[in-house]
Design a binder for this molecule. Structure first.
Ligand SMILES: NC(=O)c1ccc[n+]([C@@H]2O[C@H](COP(=O)([O-])OP(=O)(O)OC[C@H]3O[C@@H](n4cnc5c(N)ncnc54)[C@H](OP(=O)(O)O)[C@@H]3O)[C@@H](O)[C@H]2O)c1
Length: 229
């Protein structure tokens, strides 16, 4: 069943954004890919339509237009672009929107290693995002620990998505979106401040990928079945 609301993927032309778009579009969701360049967004959308078929509901727009056209916003930009972009997009975001942030503050953003992170004054990239948007926009941290390369493939995934937010409804919407992707399980990870831990795990996974040449994800075990629904 579709969640019946378009999802705008801001910075949606990179591997993380296109991978999520591909998976959600396959599940029947309406996707708007956002980019700093409208033509680049449209080209990326056309590639996804080429893979799924003309029934896929995927379009491309400049980021501000994408924000204005949806109230579920998925942010998939590098850490070094997050602040300036959110400041620019703030006026375009509709009150009541859900902003799902997957940003990882990798040291690579400042010339360091992708297997290390840099400190964020607010505690996490997601908390930084929450400071930058209007208070009527609910920020959720999710999708940090799933490989974009695997998202862009055709096989079911094998990963848990820890979802952190201070807004219960926004967390619920995000967990429903996780459940749309075969092989992903959503787990309520509590408050947005827990994003600082989830973001750090990605740096560990990148290090493991380099060491073992793979596409690592995470599974959380030992919780009652209801925790995974
Ligand atoms: N790759 C993964 O496996 C993975 C997994 C989980 C989470 N993440 C996180 O998800 C985010 C996106 O990852 P990615 O690998 O898809 O990143 P990416 O390819 O480096 O960037 C994604 C898109 O962001 C836009 N962008 C780049 N720099 C920007 C800037 N300074 N200002 C505004 N927009 C900018 C670009 O789109 P346009 O040029 O079209 O505007 C680009 O295609 C990152 O924070 C990453 O840590 C990645």
């Amino acid at each position: 069943m579709s969640i019946m609301r378009p999802i705008a993927i801001i910075g949606g032309t990179g591997p993380a954004g296109t991978g999520l778009a591909l998976r959600w579009a396959r599940g029947g969701e309406t996707i708007i890919l956002g980019s700093r360049d409208a033509q680049r967004a449209q080209d990326a959308a056309n590639k996804i339509i080429g893979r799924i078929g003309i029934q896929a509901k995927v379009s491309g727009m400049e980021n501000s237009a994408a924000c204005a056209a949806a109230d579920i916003l998925m942010l998939t930009v590098p850490f070094d672009g997050q602040v300036a972009l959110l400041k620019q997009l703030k006026p375009a975001m509709r009150p009541g929107s859900v902003l799902i942030d997957a940003t990882v503050p990798l040291a690579a953003a400042v010339g360091g290693r992708a297997s290390r992170t840099i400190g964020v004054w607010q505690g996490s990239a997601a908390q930084q995002a929450a400071e930058l948007v209007a208070k009527e926009v609910s920020v959720v941290a999710a999708f940090h620990n799933v490989s974009a390369e695997l998202l862009n493939g055709d096989d079911p995934l094998d990963c848990d998505i820890v979802v952190c937010s201070d807004n219960a409804d926004a967390s619920q919407i995000t967990r429903a979106l996780v459940a749309k992707i075969p092989g992903l399980r959503a787990i309520d990870g509590g408050k947005l401040e827990n994003a600082r831990i989830v973001e750090q795990v990605t740096a560990l996974l990148i290090g493991l990928n380099i060491r073992h040449k793979g596409h690592a994800g995470i599974r959380i075990t030992g919780l009652p079945p209801a925790a995974y629904q």
